[in-house]
Design a protein around this ligand. Sequence first.
Ligand SMILES: Cc1cc2nc3c(=O)[nH]c(=O)nc-3n(C[C@H](O)[C@H](O)[C@H](O)COP(=O)(O)OP(=O)(O)OC[C@H]3O[C@@H](n4cnc5c(N)ncnc54)[C@H](O)[C@@H]3O)c2cc1C
Length: 313
Amino acid sequence: MSKIEKTKCLIIGSGPAGYTAAIYTSRANLSPVLYEGIQPGGQLTTTSDIENFPGYPEGINGTAMMNDFRKQAVRFSADIRPGIATACDLSQKPYKVTIDGEKIIETDALIICTGATAKYLGLPDETKYNGLGVSACAVCDGFFYRKKVVAVVGGGDSACEEALYLAGLASKVFLIVRKNYLRASQIMQDRVLNHPKIEVLFNTNTLGLFGEGGVEGAHLVKFQGENNEEKFDIAIDGFFLAIGHKPNSEVFKHFLKLDEQGYIKTIPGTTKTNISGVFAAGDVADPNYQQAITAAGRGCMAAIEAERYLNNL
Ligand SMILES: Cc1cc2nc3c(=O)[nH]c(=O)nc-3n(C[C@H](O)[C@H](O)[C@H](O)COP(=O)(O)OP(=O)(O)OC[C@H]3O[C@@H](n4cnc5c(N)ncnc54)[C@H](O)[C@@H]3O)c2cc1C
């Protein structure tokens, strides 16, 4: 291991949470250092139009919006660097985070904003139609499918929630469920099964998507691999994945308390983790909302809490 560098406030991640934390901590004179990770700008750089972030009445391209966040942080002299946190030692102060396996940053306060990654089925068509009818976020993209036909993949609570949300906008929602039952809570199952706009396709898998320049339908199979296997197509305009997210908490898991899905646990109403001086903000600590505005809000909270923590040291 080569160099060791000391900083007061280290931020890991460059999505809405990380950049917002950088704006607030740099304006509070904490001279934050931020590592951007493998996806500078975070998840929003993988999408086109953001229509629900306040302040952009005409909507804005996701990458352009994150460039604005970055510029604002740089304006206040946040030290933004390329690099991935590959290991950490939070057993004693100052906390140590290894960057790219070769450099150690010692820090008094650490703000973790590493986000979460939506799970996909792994079909080549999901990549082909990404942004052209494939989405992993009904709240983000549902509005584009008003009065259209969509499919949601998944059988748990979040799939039922997404299906119900979309049923409020779309003309019809197919819920594609691999098993012959829903894993969701009874109340969610009842709502979905009794909803006039939702049709649940049990025992069904997706083989692929089709369409000229955008999703126009899905190739499905019922009872895959069994004697009564049946292939069929449905006509849809949008294909929504609701099979869960993977929080990017791996590097910190030996020190921080995580929930059963791997989200970093924070003290309710705060971004404080089980280790004083270590804060977690945005999707990595939020299984519920996972929106840019909530991530930015949490980034702000983490920065204010980090500042108070450092003042009290
Ligand atoms: C296709 C798509 C469309 C969406 N559309 C909308 C929308 O319209 N409106 C909306 O509000 N939300 C939308 N969302 C959700 C929104 O993108 C997320 O809620 C938000 O980006 C979460 O912000 P975050 O800062 O927590 O993390 P992310 O944006 O996930 O950023 C995580 C950051 O952490 C970095 N990182 C991860 N691991 C490491 C590591 N080990 N070391 C260093 N850095 C690391 C990554 O490089 C990245 O910069 C969409 C999401 C997707 C995928």
